[in-house]
Design a binder for this molecule. Structure first.
Ligand SMILES: NC(=O)c1ccc[n+]([C@@H]2O[C@H](COP(=O)([O-])OP(=O)(O)OC[C@H]3O[C@@H](n4cnc5c(N)ncnc54)[C@H](O)[C@@H]3O)[C@@H](O)[C@H]2O)c1
Length: 252
């Protein structure tokens, strides 16, 4: 069974730490020491308060559940230390040059980078866009104003444009758009809405191509500790980890 190191001990980190029957957590690290201590206690992992010591730990794979900034800062080092990497803050890969460099680092080190489906469903088969044209790819995300730090008394559009532009304005909230683009191999048109009357984050994905068309609506239960994060995202990481060793690979 693989052992993981957890980079980021927030909301997603908590869910992972509470499921050690799926994957044992060997080590944890967070810039906020008290959060690392708390998670270490929950899952019995070794707690580290600096990255260089953490990355020397005895585990096979790092799960990044921290921030776009953490990916930019540490992802290369993780791979160079001979560990695979799961990236949840996939917005970091919107930067094509950084993505290319990271991919080369992984290749040279013989390691792999995994992008979980995160807060949506359908990422697997959208990869057909890499071999067959997808003419239209639209992501419409609707969240509560509070989760974006905005005040609004009625439903309103706060952003319309490409994923690369959206992530510059809302770096914590648009990982899904970048994941969609990487899967489909083309840019997505993104709309970000706020609605004071919703209690669930909603992602609507529309795609049209030679294959036909799809319309997926995902209404995510927000995590109790952090309304900006969907419970589905944490579950998708756990599922990815559970299946890493499975000889039967479904839905790729
Ligand atoms: N791909 C998806 O669909 C998807 C879905 C949900 C969340 N996310 C992303 O996953 C990440 C984790 O989500 P969360 O809800 O657990 O966030 P969170 O804010 O609850 O927790 C993040 C934790 O990481 C720590 N951290 C941040 N930068 C760090 C760094 N440079 N080094 C070490 N620790 C650092 C913070 O102190 C915090 O404890 C976020 O970036 C979020 O945007 C992606």
């Amino acid at each position: 069974m693989i052992r993981i190191g957890l980079l980021g001990c927030g909301n997603v980190g908590h869910v992972i730490a509470r499921h050690t029957e799926i994957v044992p957590v060997a080590a944890v690290y967070d810039t906020v020491g008290s959060r690392a201590n708390e998670i270490g206690e929950i899952c019995g992992a070794a707690v580290f308060h600096d990255f260089p010591a953490f990355i020397e730990g005895d585990f096979d794979l790092v799960v990044e559940a921290a921030s776009v900034e953490a990916v930019r800062r540490y992802a290369g080092e993780v791979l160079e230390h001979g560990k695979d990497l799961v990236i949840l803050s996939v917005g970091a890969l919107a930067d094509a040059e950084f993505r290319h460099q990271l991919s080369e680092t992984a290749r040279k080190a013989g390691r792999r980078i995994y992008i979980p489906s995160g807060a949506i469903i359908g990422l697997d088969n959208l990869k057909i866009g890499q071999i067959s044209e997808i003419r239209k790819l639209v992501l419409k995300t609707t969240k509560s104003p509070a989760s974006l730090g905005i005040e609004a008394s009625e439903k309103m559009l706060v952003f319309k444009g490409t994923a690369a532009d959206c992530i510059r304005h809302f770096p914590k909230n648009i990982n899904v758009a970048v994941a969609l683009e990487l899967a489909a191999g083309r840019e997505a048109d993104v709309e970000l809405w706020v609605d004071p009357d919703i209690d669930r984050n909603m992602h609507e994905v529309c795609a049209e191509g030679e294959f036909g068309d799809i319309h997926i609506t995902v209404r995510n239960t927000p995590s109790p500790d952090n309304p900006a994060t969907s419970y589905l995202a944490a579950l998708s990481v756990l599922t990815l980890l559970k299946n890493l060793d499975n000889p039967i690979v479904i839905g790729t």
